[in-house]
Design a protein around this ligand. Structure first.
Ligand SMILES: Cc1ncc(C[n+]2csc(CCOP(=O)(O)OP(=O)(O)O)c2C)c(N)n1
Ligand SMILES: [Mg+2]
Length: 268
């Protein structure tokens, strides 16, 4: 699909909306008004929005904790997101969870379980259902670099490869799992190196380039698993808000804010 001015505007809208909502939730969290913890995808919105925008409406996503952008593209309303964090009954979990553990199967969103790769085998299972029913849909699993060190990641990828499932694995490689840098959690430079061992193609793209996912749009229709690693560094470290309501900032990542996907879309 050629990306026109209207698409760019829509993507910009979702980028801004995700950032604005998460900035608000962060403020509410610091005021002690949020029930439970607070995870945001600041600096990682381009991955989330760009990839979800490249999908068809009937495709299914298993978002992770940095993927508000994908939720919004799939139709989650700002008021539902805020209600979720405030533990209100109008939230998607009806106030039973005050955090990001929400989904909505009617909108094609598999509920988030944890940041630690649990959504990967579930997305592979959804893709298996599509294959058995001969439906032309794909499933997408989002996860971080740290999640790729967990067993579910490897089991899900292997299953998808062996059964040739129409599933797309999207890794946000933000170089940290909490405060643990990449070099302390894996001995290969890229998460995509791990995926290759299971025998399906992968692509490493710039995580701040919102148009990068358009390049895999056709590839995923080939009905086999495909992996995308979005490499990025950004100023906000992973445990964006910790227990004493302070943000963990990794100083070495400061210059990365200049490559932020939001101003880049405006400039480009
Ligand atoms: C089952 C489970 N184990 C551990 C945690 C704590 N935890 C939350 S995020 C995280 C690290 C995730 O790293 P990564 O996949 O790189 O995601 P990022 O935080 O960088 O977005 C950990 C260990 C959790 N929430 N749930
Ligand atoms: Mg990470």
């Amino acid at each position: 699909m050629a990306v026109g001015a209207e698409d760019l505007l829509k993507m910009y809208y979702y980028l801004r909306l995700a950032r604005g909502l998460e900035d608000q939730v962060t403020k509410l969290y610091r005021q002690g008004k949020v029930v439970g913890g607070c995870y945001v995808g600041t600096g990682e919105e381009a991955i989330s929005v760009g990839s979800a925008y490249a999908l068809e409406p009937h495709d299914v996503i298993a978002p992770s904790h940095r993927d508000l952008g994908a939720h919004l593209v799939k139709g989650v309303l700002p008021k539902e997101y805020m209600a979720q964090y405030l533990g209100r009954r109008t939230a998607l979990t009806k106030g039973k969870d005050g955090n990001i553990h929400f989904g909505d199967l009617e909108r094609g969103i598999i509920g988030f379980i944890s940041p630690m790769a649990d959504g990967i085998p579930v997305a592979a299972g959804a893709a298996l259902a599509f294959k058995i029913r001969r439906e032309p849909r794909i499933a997408v699993a989002y996860f971080g670099d740290g999640a790729s060190s967990r067993g579910d990641f490897h089991e899900g990828l292997n299953l998808a490869a062996v059964l040739k499932l129409p599933v797309l694995f999207i890794c946000h490689n933000n170089q940290y799992a909490y405060s643990v840098p990449l070099s302390r959690q894996m001995a290969v430079p890229h998460v995509a190196d791990r995926a290759k061992a299971y025998g399906f193609p992968t692509m490493i793209v710039d995580g701040n380039d919102i148009l990068a996912p358009q390049r895999f749009r056709e590839l995923v229709r080939l009905r086999h698993p495909f992996g995308i690693e979005h490499d990025l560094r950004h100023a906000m470290a992973v445990a964006q808000v910790d227990k004493d309501h302070t943000a963990m900032i990794a100083p070495s990542l400061d210059p990365a804010i200049e490559r932020d996907g939001l101003p880049r879309l405006v400039a480009g």
